[in-house]
Design a protein around this ligand. Structure first.
Ligand code: AMP
Length: 465
């Protein structure tokens, strides 16, 4: 399975320390990245950074949070879409430039890293986030620094970045939320009861810290928040928005809203449409937990076939992509999912999941369900075949690993060992979002890339240079 991009969070409070608040914000965004977590805070004078490899509660304890002083800060949970899993690659990235201290957390993937690295003359940089921090530090150094050093530097340097970036940034006195002109990755603004503000990858993270959803940070918008409240800038030429459609399919939490639409409701509708497009005579509808649950409920509701649990997920194991190597992924599945033979035995099963990317997990699931006694396994997928690599924040830049790039649908069915296989069409998926015209990137499903992609892009391009 591929990895997904990261979670970002920022807070500016007028009355309280923010380290605990950011901790809980990150806790709500754990699903977006499980390799490392970090928080940077400022008391107005000094920026303090604490980051490490591991899940949010593994990285932070009370003493660590107590050491993060200040009323403003940013946080990050990371899955490596670029570069390897090392402490140095954990975020926030930090730079000290004279008396200015800046920190940055990034969700997304730049597509012009080679050019940026060459322009900066850096060889040691291994992540695009580090390149951004370096470019930003140089821009601040360029003599553009004044009381508004960070935002002026950003206005200058952000237009040189290409690809996907939903960023949170800070210096000693302000936080910034910045979204690339396509808005590939989500970002939203919330208000705190004390008059403060938070910025988060997903609205579900606002709920957890008691913030009220205000609005999404617009594609191409830079939102600066300090004691004067939020100020909006637009550093980029305007282009058509292209939020990652896979946020609706898989990435985002079901209790999040995007483009004003409930992700859960959209996934339920995907299941209904899937049933309309690929009906089948069967005894039970079984979800692959947790990603397939809302779509399986929709499929069951539309078909009248009873919905039942057939696979149990161990809640205390992260998604299997927590381990980036294939060997560890292979072992991971048994830790994660176990069948319930009593609900499967002798039954014709509609097995519903949101997507097939590499096909390795799905193949094991199908055989697990069969071994548990299912008479037939009809696989239904609530998105179209994933045929094209993503260069905008999802770890699928190697086309050879995508099963639908290599095989036709009947071949995939045969490879996975299912009795039948049905994918939702792109048209029905877009309609199911309920906001089809709001603007989506569908590159992984359609091959239509809204922004230039690197010719030789791959995950370790910078490390090999
Ligand atoms: P596979 O059969 O190995 O392609 O894995 C399919 C499973 O991966 C499905 O359960 C999906 O929900 C899940 N999945 C889809 N996209 C991602 C992703 N970016 N990271 C991790 N898992 C994913």
């Amino acid at each position: 399975m591929p990895g997904e991009a990261c979670g970002v969070f920022a807070a500016y409070s007028t009355t309280q320390r923010v380290s605990h608040l950011i901790y809980f914000g990150l806790f709500a965004l754990q699903h977006r990245g499980q390799e490392s977590a970090g928080i940077a805070t400022s008391d107005g004078e000094t920026v303090t950074v604490f980051k490490d490899l591991g899940l949010v509660p593994q990285v932070f304890d009370e003493p660590a949070l107590a050491g993060l002083d200040g009323h403003l800060g940013i946080g990050h949970t990371r899955y490596s879409t670029m570069g390897s899993t090392t402490w140095a690659n954990a975020q926030p990235a930090h730079r000290q430039v004279g008396s200015t201290s800046v920190a940055l957390g990034h969700n997304g993937n730049l597509t012009n890293t080679a050019e940026l690295a060459a322009a900066l003359g850096v060889s040691e940089a291994t992540t695009d986030s580090d390149l951004m921090a370096e470019g930003l530090a140089r821009a601040i150094d360029d003599g553009r620094s004044d009381a508004r050093g960070l935002e002026l530097a950003l206005m200058g340097v952000a237009p040189t970045w290409q690809g996907a970036f939903s960023l949170v940034l800070m210096d000693q006195g302000r936080i910034v939320g910045l979204r690339d002109p396509h808005g590939f990755r989500p970002l939203c603004l919330g208000s705190l009861p004390d008059g403060g503000w938070v910025i988060a990858s997903e609205s579900a993270a606002l709920d957890l810290v008691g913030a009220r959803f205000v609005r999404e940070v617009a594609a191409g918008e830079m939102l600066v928040i300090d004691a004067g409240g939020p100020r909006s800038y637009h550093p980029f030429p305007e282009v058509k928005p292209g939020l990652c459609l896979f946020e609706f399919v898989y990435f985002a939490r079901p209790d999040t809203h995007m483009y004003g639409r409930s992700i859960h409701a959209a996934r339920h509708e995907m299941g209904r449409r899937l049933c309309e497009e690929h009906p089948v005579d069967a005894d039970v509808v079984v979800p692959v937990p947790e990603s397939g649950i809302p779509a399986a409920q929709g499929y069951a509701a539309a078909s009248g076939i009873p919905y039942t649990d057939g696979l149990v997920k161990n809640r205390y194991v992260g998604r299997t992509f927590i381990e980036p190597t294939q060997l560890l992924r292979d072992q991971g599945i048994r830790l994660k999912l176990n069948p319930i033979p009593e609900t499967l035995r002798g039954r014709r099963v509609v097995l519903v999941d949101d997507s097939i990317v590499r096909g390795s997990t799905t193949k094991k699931l199908v055989s697990m369900v069969r071994e548990a006694g299912a008479a037939e396994v009809h696989l239904r997928i609530s998105s179209p075949p994933y045929r094209w690599p993503c260069f905008y924040g999802m770890d699928t830049s190697d086309r050879d690993t995508l099963i639908a790039a290599r095989l036709g649908i009947e071949e995939i069915r045969h490879h996975l060992g299912a009795d039948s296989l049905g994918y939702l069409s792109l048209e029905a998926l877009l309609e199911a979002t309920g906001v089809a015209d709001a603007g989506f990137c569908t590159a992984c499903l359609s091959g239509r890339y809204p922004a230039e992609v690197p010719v030789t892009a791959d995950k370790f391009q910078l490390e090999r240079r």
